[in-house]
Design a protein around this ligand. Sequence first.
Ligand code: 0GY
Length: 294
Amino acid sequence: MPADGDFQSYCLSPTKPRYRPPPGAVDAHCHVFGPAAKFPFAPERKYTPYDAPKEQLFVLRDFLGFSRNVIVQASCHGTDNAATIDALLAANGSARGIAVVKPTIDDAELRDMNEAGVRGVRFNFLPRLVDAVDPRVHLALARRVAALGWHVVVYFEAPSLAKMVPFLEALPTIAVLDHMSLPDAQKGVEHADFQAYMKVLADHPNLWVKVTGPERISRLGPPYDDFVPLAKTLVERFTDRVLWGTDWPHPNMTTHMPDDGVLVDMIPRIAPGASQQQALLVGNPMRLYWENRF
Ligand code: 0GY
């Protein structure tokens, strides 16, 4: 099955970043795709990516100076988590996973996933990626995975914030918000929309946020100058509940394919202080994904 014509493969020769992450750094948002011959994409997928197998992810991790990955199940693999779990097992403890599961999944399968390194489930609210699911179905699942000490990852876009708040409040776990919930970078930090987002984060200590996705959020393109103030503000304000990741292999990008080395070199711009970098890249992801301490 060929990848969709619009989409490019990930950057095959990223720049070596000048920034060196602290020892033990975690890339807390990335994916594995296929290889399709072994792990076919889901029939209900909205896009077909290039293969981006675990071996390439681990080469990139080492090249960028990272030690660990959090592998997030992407919509093109639907609720078949085989490729993600295969990568977790191969990583030998240096990766954790976020799964997407059917509400009918049984407890034994959840326990097996936990054994493999899964630590949460993802709820995707983007109509361009998935068909709508009744939020009550998500809530019932969240209650079940809470019992395993898991959390949930929630992907929605900024204009849905008000609609999402009751759902986020009803969640019995930590909820990590993907890609800063895709704010409008043109509006900037001072705009009422971003201020409202920060108020929701301030009012709900169970909400964490990934300062990821400059390639999706920036209107200016590399080096993503309009993304920086938004991410930097979140890191300053919520230092102990922010996560960073590459988003490799950048599914669904049609405008350009980011250079992962350039993304790593943005880290000191969004987290200028050494203690901020330590929290963002090591302390926070370790607590949430490895130490179960949050
Ligand atoms: C991401 C973002 C995207 C895709 C997916 O599940 C997915 O297919 O998450 C996107 O298109 O914005 O997290 O990689």
